[in-house]
Design a protein around this ligand. Structure first.
Ligand code: SF4
Length: 600
């Protein structure tokens, strides 16, 4: 974890006591803890009522923050919240109000509380883009022109952010990748025409750390991580193509997101090694074992199933949800038996309500055309299935796989009015998009195959406007943003986590500025066993507590709540202060993210 001492000095018990004097006074006036709980609840409710009864004192942003802080704070005061989360905020504030030592309360906690008090009092600092509301001052064409100028100014700020994130279509990136490709080819003994052959790429997947070290500039510690992975027989691999996307000067930071995609950090390696004999129990976050009614099938929703006939990929993503079952990059035994495939298809066919089949894995597009066709024909023969979805990262890891023949094969399963077929891929960063990606997507689109993207909003793609830049470019090359996933709270991938507040902030302050068709994705949190929960919908979750280290505890209500009774799911977030400290460590200005505290 990054050193957060700089930020920590801003957030201390003393600062909190100074700013929360009226709140602490309310607690001091009570004799019993439970009285204090009720008194605090009424205190913040009265504050809310009073501030909103005053005219003209609060800006609209401060009013919204007051509203949101009141709701969040009151939720944390409830006895049930304290019981379920295992931490009582009222007890902590009671101790502080009486000068009792609470060494367990860390800067992350004080930071949350200080911002909460500022929000509740209507004094949270805001940084408006424009001071005046032009529609109050002007009307008609004059107002329209002033508004247009305002929008120009706003977008010019956005463009300045975009310019920080180079994509793979710039001349400079093309030149770098040309040189990198030549180097990779020379080490692997391939030719430029072999490079374009996906079978050559597949046959040369790099799993050997020493070979990788000859292809890619790696720090010794990083290389050691990979050696330990391999010695522990854990999956690791990347394609020669993807290796060519990694820069010779990693210190420039352009390829940071790409490196962290495939090069496992130390903590991940240690966790995987420690628990390698119980991978299913330890890493199956989504509890797929509990949602697989028959081999090769996972079902979380009424009208769609996941079908996994092929259990390997040419490249292993570090934070793969299926890191508990993928054994090896391009494992030789990854294709399910014909009998198992037939059994799974029969099971789906017997379920009249299943209209959509997501074929994923593993990466099914690393199968030969003939095998793929055979599987698709069986699925397409199910009368009630009217959409086949392919989950594949090959447009990113091995775009030459999308040959004209493969695109035609996929497109051939479209029967307008009867059945459609689409592909969902997994781009993370604009720097992953190259001319080869453009060609791959174009081939699919020309065959009528719509292409969507699911992004995992991990730490390394979470800077201001970084994901917005990806959405802008994806749409330009024909990909619709579909989902943005909160990284799963898996301990082994702790370095990748971002606080929920950041994804909400990104949606509101960055994605919201993009034209509508470029922000079609929905940020979601995957609830184990049950599936996606829309994080923007306040009715989908409650804040129960802020723990002593500053972690928020959210109670997620599964998507089917209000339709059937379902138990909620408790998720402990990472502290916002730690996240900001890590951003600072890679050169970001935490103050540019300061509104993050007011997203709940
Ligand atoms: S492509 Fe998908 S299934 Fe394969 S390793 Fe990456 S995340 Fe996992």
């Amino acid at each position: 974890m990054a050193d957060n001492s700089d930020l920590s000095t801003r957030y201390t018990r003393d600062v909190f006591i100074r700013e929360a004097e009226s709140m602490l006074g309310v607690i001091r006036s009570c004799q019993e803890l439970e009285d204090a709980r009720r008194a605090l609840y009424h205190h913040v409710s009265d504050l809310y009522f009073d501030r909103l009864s005053e005219t003209g004192k609060l800006s609209s942003t401060q009013r919204i923050r007051l509203r949101d802080c009141t709701a969040a704070f009151r939720s944390m005061l409830l006895p049930r919240s304290a019981r379920v989360a295992g931490f009582d905020l009222v007890q902590a504030l009671w101790d502080v109000s009486r000068g009792i030592a609470r060494p367990d309360l860390e800067p992350g906690f004080w930071a949350e509380m200080i911002h909460m008090v500022r929000g509740l009092s209507g004094h949270s600092p805001i940084t408006p883009i424009e001071e005046d509301d032009i529609f109050e001052e002007l009307t008609g064409r004059e107002a329209a022109q002033a508004r247009s100028n305002e929008l120009d100014a706003l977008w010019s700020r956005v463009e300045r952010y975009f310019s920080r994130y180079p994509d793979g279509l710039s001349d400079a990136a093309r030149a770098r990748r040309d040189a990198r490709r030549a180097h990779v080819l020379q080490v692997l003994g391939g030719t430029p025409s072999e490079w374009q052959d996906w079978l050559w790429q597949r046959d040369h997947v790099i799993t050997d750390p020493d070979l990788l070290a000859r292809l890619v500039r790696l720090p010794e510690a990083q290389l050691d991580n990979i050696r330990r992975m391999r010695a522990g027989r854990l999956p690791f691999g990347l394609t020669p193509y993807y290796a060519s996307l990694l820069d010779d000067d990693p210190e420039a930071g352009r390829d940071r997101a790409l490196r962290f995609q495939v090069l496992p950090p130390a903590h991940y390696v240690e966790s995987m090694l420690e628990l390698r004999h119980q991978r299913q129990e330890s890493f199956d976050f989504m509890r797929e074992v509990d949602t697989s009614p028959v081999d090769l099938v996972t079902r979380r929703y009424p009208a769609i199933v996941i079908f996994k006939p092929y259990n390997t990929c040419p490249q292993i993503c570090v934070y793969c949800q299926r890191n508990w079952e993928i054994e090896e990059a391009m494992a030789g035994n990854a294709l399910a038996s014909d009998a198992d495939i037939k059994q799974a298809v029969r099971w789906i066919a017997e379920r009249p309500f299943i209209r959509e089949v997501l074929i994923t894995g593993g990466d099914p597009l690393t199968l030969d055309d003939g095998i793929l066709r055979h599987i698709l024909q069986q699925v397409a023969a199910i009368p009630q299935v009217d959409l086949i979805r392919i989950g594949s990262r090959t447009p990113v890891t091995m775009p030459m796989r999308i040959t004209p023949e493969l695109a035609a094969l996929l497109g051939g399963f479209r029967e307008p009015g009867r059945r459609d077929i689409c592909l969902v891929t997994h781009l993370e960063h604009p720097y992953e998009i190259t001319d080869a990606t453009v060609t791959a997507i174009d081939r699919l689109r020309r065959q009528g195959v719509a292409v969507y993207n699911q992004q995992v909003f991990n730490f390394f793609v979470s800077r201001r406007f970084e994901s917005a830049a990806l959405r802008m470019l994806m749409r330009r090359i024909g990909i619709d943003p579909y989902y943005t996933f909160m990284p799963k709270g898996k301990d082994e991938t702790a370095e990748y986590l971002v606080p929920l507040a950041r994804i909400l902030q990104e949606r509101k302050e960055e994605a919201r500025l993009l034209p509508g068709i470029r922000r079609t994705d929905e940020p979601v949190f995957n609830v184990p066993r049950l599936g996606k929960n829309h994080v923007r919908a306040a009715q989908h979750r409650d804040l129960l507590a802020i723990l002593p280290n500053g972690s928020r505890v959210n109670e997620f209500h599964p998507w089917e709540k209000n339709i059937v009774e379902r138990s909620p799911y408790l998720a402990v977030d990472i502290p916002i202060l730690d996240y900001l400290a890590r951003l600072a460590a890679i050169g970001e200005d935490p103050d540019k993210y300061s509104s993050i505290w007011y997203y709940f």
